[in-house]
Design a protein around this ligand. Sequence first.
Ligand code: ATP
Ligand code: MG
Length: 376
Amino acid sequence: MFLKKIILENYRNYTRQSVEFKSNINLFIGKNAQGKTNLLEAIYYSSTGTTFRHNKDIELINWNNNFFKIKCELIKKDLNRELYIELYYDRQGNKQIKINGVKYRKTSDLFGFLQTVTFSPDDLGIIKDGPAERRKYIDIEICQLVGGYYNILINYNKILKQRNALLKEIKRKNQNPDSLDVWDEQLIKYGSLIIKNRLDFLKKVVPLARKNHNEITYGKEQINIKYSSSIISKQGLDIEEITKQFREIIEKNRREDIFKNMTLFGPHRDDLIFYLNDKNLKIYGSQGQQRTAILALKLAELNLFNSQNGEYPILLFDDVMSELDDNRRDFLIKVIKENQIQTFITGANMELVDSIKQKIEVFRVESGVINGSRGK
Ligand SMILES: Nc1ncnc2c1ncn2[C@@H]1O[C@H](COP(=O)(O)OP(=O)(O)OP(=O)(O)O)[C@@H](O)[C@H]1O
Ligand SMILES: [Mg+2]
């Protein structure tokens, strides 16, 4: 996949900016607060309709303006022509998505066109933060890979909210709990699909991450990632088994759910556990070990996207290059080069240019203006 060009209008600190990219490594150098992350965020937003900084759409509009526009021009292997993605959002809350000039209604329609894998310092939160962060991570990756998954998530969350409201009402009015039956069926249906998709994703990505990790650490350390579930007893179950176990738990805990006013079991309570040599990485791992695990995982996603789509996604590296030691950086550059992955890297100084011993395109970012390129 090759992102040829982006045009930003009133997007954060960019008023009007058009940039043409190269198909290899694009490096963006600039002092703090100039617009480097904003550029990567705009690319990511065009890919998923959300930002990796979890911002609201309205926060992306330039402070002095009333709307923003993003236009991306990309080339995909399976198409013979350019693909255009256009996004618009204004202060009245109007959102517009156009792909090749055709209007789409939902954010979920964006998934699958421009695929991205990101790595930023915040990604350490996947290991360090709470379970919600890990669920968000795995769900957004699956959204990019599995058509329809986004809608499964939306449906599940809607039903969960309605079921919780009903639980409260049943308790307050001492009602017959049979009214929960229809909600339970829907909860089980969508919840089981979420668990199944998450297990499938891990089944594919974990062996690839282990292989990368093994190479980066010269076989000294092994990572593993397991799905920790409030519903299922073991990994690798099929959808019938998951549904059965989910139903049993929901039925068994109905009283408790009513008493506590909430649905205590389900994929909204599940988690991923990272292990390094069988020790919990969140509890025992050093910062560097945690970062290495994330790097191995992100690179595994590249492999996974490629095996599914026949082409690599775009790689977005915000501010992490300088945090990697020589071995890790060299490994990363080797993967990018061997597979010709279009990559966007940000950094604060030119030292980065010399540390990447490859042909790269250097852009300067200053006060919301990106200046021409200087090839190396
Ligand atoms: N909606 C907005 N309108 C105008 N400017 C904004 C908006 N949102 C953020 N900014 C500004 O954009 C600037 C650039 O932010 P960005 O995060 O891209 O910086 P950066 O170049 O990545 O810096 P660093 O090296 O510190 O990470 C900041 O000064 C920020 O205040
Ligand atoms: Mg930044």
